[in-house]
Design a protein around this ligand. Structure first.
Ligand code: SF4
Ligand code: SF4
Length: 134
């Protein structure tokens, strides 16, 4: 699962991720990072589910950061998609599969780079908005 972590300026200098990794044993993987002296935002892949995922979320919150669960990464507008395949080769992780009927995106492989969104000549792909959950 991918999550977004938001730091306030009080927490930005704290080793939040390493503390949570040591506490939970789950190797969090940073996919995107935007840090300034006043705030920070990270998109992180959490290779866990069930109780282990819950433990990671709770450990992050205990470190004083805000956690948002991210929904599907890329949305496909099937009305606009003509199955041309132009988005497939720009994808650096092989997350996109094109069949005769539809385009599929593997959420586990997607790193939110937007290369496919930029490559699509029909503007059929967009970055999905986030949902507040965890
Ligand atoms: S956002 Fe990047 S990694 Fe994800 S499907 Fe598009 S090109 Fe592939
Ligand atoms: S580039 Fe756009 S139109 Fe072509 S297969 Fe990908 S999403 Fe569909």
């Amino acid at each position: 699962m991918k999550i977004k972590i938001l730091y306030t300026h009080e927490r930005v200098k704290h080793p939040v991720l390493s503390t949570v990794i040591l506490k939970t044993g789950v190797p969090l993987n940073i996919l995107e990072a935007s840090i300034s002296p006043s705030r920070g935002e990270l998109v992180v892949d959490v290779p866990a589910s069930g109780d282990q995922l819950k433990a990671v979320i709770e450990a992050l919150k205990a470190e004083g950061v805000e956690v948002r669960e991210l929904g599907p990464t890329i949305e496909v507008d099937e009305e606009k998609c003509v199955l041309c395949g132009a988005c497939v080769s720009p994808c650096p992780t092989g997350a996109i599969t094109l069949t005769m009927e539809r385009l599929e995106i593997d959420e586990q492989l997607c790193i939110r780079c937007k290369a496919c969104v930029i490559a699509c000549p029909f503007k059929a792909l967009s970055m999905a908005s986030t949902s507040w959950e965890a």
